[in-house]
Design a protein around this ligand. Sequence first.
Ligand code: ZN
Ligand code: ZN
Length: 175
Amino acid sequence: MHSIPTGRRNAATACISLSPNWKLKTMSEATKMCTSCKKDLPVTEFYPHKRAKSGLQPNCRTCARAWHKARPDYVRAKNAAYKAANPTYFRDWQRINKYGVTPEDASAMRASQNGKCPGCLRELSEHKECVDHCHTTGKVRGLLCDDCNVSLGRLRDSAETLRRLANHIEAEDYV
Ligand SMILES: [Zn+2]
Ligand SMILES: [Zn+2]
């Protein structure tokens, strides 16, 4: 941190202590020295570190990536352990990123569907639960079981195809 002029550092630390990644992006003038490559770099070049005083990792992003790349087994074990301790973390994160659906949104949808898949009426808790969204508008329609979700996708979300198929399997004149 020695290379940051005092005034700037104060502004930077105040901001960093709140530190989600995106906040760091707004303060690119502050710099910090990487303990590995010893380069003086913008603070945006460092990943956040919750417990560190500066709110940042000691190594720059490039050095951190190289460090992890050189230790694939360590990374795999660490990810597996994290996944075991936080079973829905990756799913929650993916849903937020892909559909903007938070765990609270999902709970609300689940409750409004009485915990059931609206297609097959099976309990969502007993089957893999998926966020169903319209491929044209991107709008989230609710939660489906994996089987129904995959089926809808295969039928290209066509209500007409679904109706024709329903008539088809209910027709009594087939051989
Ligand atoms: Zn570095
Ligand atoms: Zn279903």
